[in-house]
Design a protein around this ligand. Structure first.
Ligand SMILES: Cc1cc2nc3c(=O)[nH]c(=O)nc-3n(C[C@H](O)[C@H](O)[C@H](O)COP(=O)(O)OP(=O)(O)OC[C@H]3O[C@@H](n4cnc5c(N)ncnc54)[C@H](O)[C@@H]3O)c2cc1C
Length: 414
């Protein structure tokens, strides 16, 4: 069968799917609203780290243009509290972060060079029936927000109807890297979290700061006070807040060199409402369309899971498209069964961490205490950023967490 697949959206979900399908010689078209040059010139869309499992897929797709030996980092540092408690955990293989305004246009060009068709233009849900008629299967990968009304919200896995953090993310100069490079995860109890990511930008290596602010805390101003109104005042506010909340970062900042890496488009302020939607929708005319990536499941970036789970799900969907010939509800059952554990574990783990970092349960405090001892438990937690289903195996209930802690510390169960 000569299959024709249409993909709406050229983010990680759409591109990894499109590239996998082209590897199998499938006739594939990506329809998206921005050209590679428009993506390059856009505001910072996110600050994404790809974990080793995603890097492995990139190698298999022959798009690993930023080898981890040169561009990666191999561990997480953790800093908790005002006199920060310091500990670290190892990854089994390096992760890597590249500014998506470099990464996505390059993969779009790879896709086109490998015979993929690209069509540019803004689409709306009203276009779906017309487009579906052109393809054997239409996949919607338009990210969060756009097309959200097409796919029904799944209340079982969507505990929130509003964001849980006020977010600010940017690319900065003047922050010295940890020795040997690492992601640093800072926790300011009761106020927020901040993740430092060594990130490759147009100007070379810089530091992404993903600042997750609790609503009502002093840190919330980082998300709500517009940077553009007073850039210098905003940077001064950051340094003041870091002095109180993130001293473990401030100690590596050269205040004279601290600035956005490449101008005012290098900062993003806003929020994300976590949601899981159905994996497919049936249009009024009976056509089935599949949701993928953020269009299917959106997580807060606190654990850096969204693009990694999008890539996993793209791989699963691509394999099923190649293996099957009929794209009906039974087809979607196969896809959903295979992507569910990773995607739903990542969403539940992210939600669990946000809730417990906002109002920790006694079990979570015990877990943080065990984590702060370093050692094998901290390594296992850190490496689970690759395998969120393993993290969820360890954290899904107080009993599981207690068994996990006992296994690593030799402490008897209560
Ligand atoms: C601050 C921040 C930090 C993050 N950090 C991480 C991290 O470290 N690790 C991680 O895994 N994830 C991270 N994420 C999440 C990650 O960015 C997303 O999960 C991922 O990019 C989703 O990919 P996607 O392909 O589903 O959607 P997107 O990347 O949003 O792509 C959507 C595509 O659809 C196109 N499009 C949209 N609307 C239309 C339309 N109407 N018509 C045509 N085309 C359209 C867009 O132009 C784009 O090409 C972070 C997110 C944020 C906000």
């Amino acid at each position: 069968m000569n299959k024709r697949i249409g993909i709406i959206g050229a983010g990680t979900a759409g591109l990894h799917l499109g590239l996998l399908l082209r590897r199998h010689g499938v006739d594939t078209t990506i329809l998206t609203d921005r050209t590679p040059d428009q993506q390059r010139a856009a505001r910072l869309p996110n600050t994404v780290a790809h974990h080793a499992v995603t890097v492995e897929r990139e190698r298999a797709l022959d798009v690993d243009h930023w080898p981890v030996e040169e561009y990666g980092y191999g561990r997480h540092e953790y800093r908790v509290g005002p006199e920060p408690l310091r500990f670290s955990g190892a990854l089994h293989a390096p992760s890597r972060a590249v500014d998506y305004r470099i990464y996505l246009p390059r993969l779009m060009e790879d896709f086109a060079q490998r015979g993929g068709a690209l069509e540019f233009g803004r689409l709306s849900p009203d276009d779906l029936p017309r487009l579906a008629a052109r393809f054997d299967l239409l996949v919607v990968c338009t990210g969060r927000g756009a097309f959200s009304e097409v796919f029904e919200r799944d209340p079982e896995y969507s505990p929130f109807t509003a964001p849980r953090r006020a977010l600010c993310a940017g690319l900065f100069t003047g922050v010295a890297q940890q020795p040997g490079r690492a992601v640093t995860f800072h926790i300011a109890p009761g106020a927020g979290e901040m993740i430092e990511i060594p990130t490759w930008t147009r100007g070379g290596l810089a530091t992404a700061l993903v600042i997750e602010n609790h609503f009502g805390s002093a840190l919330e101003a980082l998300a709500t006070r517009p940077y553009e109104d007073d850039p210098e005042g905003y940077l001064a506010m950051m340094l003041d807040l870091f002095r109180e909340y993130y001293p473990g970062c401030l100690e590596r900042i050269d205040t004279a060199a601290f600035d956005l890496a490449d101008g005012p488009l290098d900062i993003l302020q806003g929020d994300v409402t976590p949601v899981v939607r159905r994996g497919h929708a049936v249009l009024d005319d009976g056509t089935l369309v599949v949701s993928l990536g953020d269009a299917h499941a959106t997580v807060d970036p606190i654990l850096g899971q969204g693009a990694n789970m999008a890539s996993h799900a793209a791989w699963v969907l691509g394999e099923e498209i190649v293996a099957q010939e009929v794209y009906d509800t039974r087809f979607v059952e196969h896809v959903d069964r295979r992507r569910a554990d990773r995607v739903l574990s990542a969403t539940r783990w992210s939600n669990h961490m946000m809730e417990n970092l906002t109002a920790p349960t006694p079990e979570f405090q015990e877990f943080l205490g065990a984590l702060s001892q370093g050692g094998t438990l901290t390594d296992e937690f850190t490496d689970a950023f690759n395998y969120p289903e393993r993290a969820w195996d360890l954290l899904a209930s107080p009993e599981r967490t207690a068994v996990w802690i006992a296994r690593h510390t030799g402490r008897p169960l209560n």
